[in-house]
Design a protein around this ligand. Structure first.
Ligand SMILES: *Cc1c(COP(=O)(O)O)cnc(C)c1O
Length: 421
């Protein structure tokens, strides 16, 4: 793929022809608009449905019909160990060891469960540092975590804001705030990619800074997982969680994921709220008293796997496995770079791109901040068969997703935007 971009349909189509990931588009269903595929740029909010889901779901339903309770051991993918199906593939996506990850629950639930392990305020160490403007669910989670221990959010939560008049947060401001908080800091909990601006934070550097002052570092990877390269283990990240319905295409409310570094995962003394599914698997059905956590992130599981809610995850991770994160990232940088190039040709509409210009500081999403007319432009895009995403008060988010979006999609978007007078 070349980077000498051109704002022509011929150029876009020729890029698609040499794109090795192009055929993956065929594995997804696209919503229709006037009998044609929509221009779907909303994979950051809800990924498209892999076509394999209905077949795999039917298989699971058949196993239930055929085996009843025996399906726990006799199903094609025995339900007893169903969650193991995902570990290896997830581990590759987030850069972890197989036992450091587990598919379970949903995102905010996992965030709370992990905070219960990693946020154990004691003496003067009780503060949590996060980015200002974090996704509301994360704000509510952290706010109620500190209240649970009797602290006031205004005192216990340190929020890092962009410098005056800017939209992005400088890493050096985060590092400085961590150093300033010093021994009062218990946990750093940041969204790996900010949902609003699309900014990717330097998680390695932030983790190191947190550890220097004796705090834990954990991340909400909702907008990072399956979107940007992650090396959670090597960066010594303590914990992380994510959802699977955004870039991971696993359907609305799809099963979430969690990562716990092996230092903690293999430590049975690490506090957690327990359930039978996190117990040592060999003794799970002995029904004995006394919780014995299994090693790894799996030791944070509570309930048995929601099998039907995991089928789409299986289908989607299979696609990720075949495409490979490296190839996806390479295409992603080229594709988002192309979209940015096209948007920069547009001068008649009042917007600026607030997402970082540097590809190393963003994933595939671009956020367009409008002075005015934002909602009107968004509605016209929708009328023209574009599915993008509107965020109050005045941002249109678009995500060219490397698994199923094409250079032609980007060009068509540009063409439609050009036509909005
Ligand atoms: C999408 C998203 C959520 C949603 O949480 P659920 O528990 O899955 O409903 C939470 N936090 C962030 C940062 C998100 O992007």
């Amino acid at each position: 793929m070349s980077t000498a971009y051109e704002a022509t349909l011929e150029y876009a189509q020729s890029e698609d022809q040499t794109d090795v990931l192009y055929p993956f588009r065929e594995r997804f269903y696209f919503p229709q608009h006037n009998g044609k595929d929509v221009h779907y740029f909303c994979g950051n909010s809800l990924g498209l449905q892999p076509k394999a889901v209905s077949y795999l779901m039917e298989k699971e339903l058949q196993d239930w019909a055929k085996f009843g309770v025996e399906g726990h051991f006799q199903a094609r993918h025995p339900w007893f160990s169903y969650h193991h199906l995902f570990s290896e593939r997830l581990a590759k996506i987030v850069g972890a060891k197989k036992d450091e990850v587990v598919a379970m629950n949903t995102l905010t639930v996992n965030l709370h469960l992990l905070m219960l392990s990693f946020y154990r305020p004691e003496g003067g160490r009780y503060k949590i540092l996060m980015e200002a403007g974090a996704f509301p669910s994360d704000q509510y989670a952290v706010e109620t975590q500190v209240r649970m221990y009797g602290y006031e959010p205004e005192d216990a939560i340190i929020e890092i804001t962009p410098k005056h008049g800017q939209h992005l947060i400088e890493e050096e401001d985060i590092i400085k705030a961590i150093d300033d908080a010093g021994e009062s800091l218990a946990v750093v909990m940041i969204g790996g990619v900010n949902y609003y601006t699309g900014q990717l934070f330097d998680l390695k550097q932030i983790t190191q800074a947190a550890h220097r002052v004796g705090a834990y570092a954990g991340y909400d990877l909702a907008h990072a997982v399956g979107n940007v390269p992650l090396q959670l283990h090597d960066w010594s990240v303590d914990f992380a969680c994510w959802c699977s319905y955004k870039y991971l295409n696993s359907g609305p409310g799809g099963v979430g994921g969690a990562y716990v570094h092996e230092h903690h995962g293999d430590n049975p003394k690490m506090f957690r709220l327990a359930g039978w599914w996190g117990n040592d698997e060999k003794s799970r059905f002995k029904m004995r008293k006394g919780f014995v956590p299994q090693k790894g992130a799996g030791g944070w599981q509570m309930s048995n796997a929601p099998v039907f809610n995991m089928v789409a995850h299986d289908a989607s991770l299979d696609i990720y496995e075949k495409a490979g994160m490296e190839a996806l990232r390479e295409k992603s940088e080229a594709l988002t770079g192309y979209m940015e190039y096209l948007l920069n040709q547009i001068t008649h509409l009042p917007f600026t791109i607030i997402t970082p210009k540097d590809a190393a500081r963003r994933g595939c999403q671009l956020s367009l901040l409008f002075d005015n007319r934002g909602r009107e432009v968004f509605d016209k895009l929708t009328e023209n068969g574009v599915i993008a995403d509107w965020r109050e008060p005045n941002v249109i988010r678009i995500a060219p997703v490397p698994l199923y979006n094409t250079f032609e999609d980007c060009y068509r978007f540009y063409e439609i935007l050009t036509g909005i007078k």
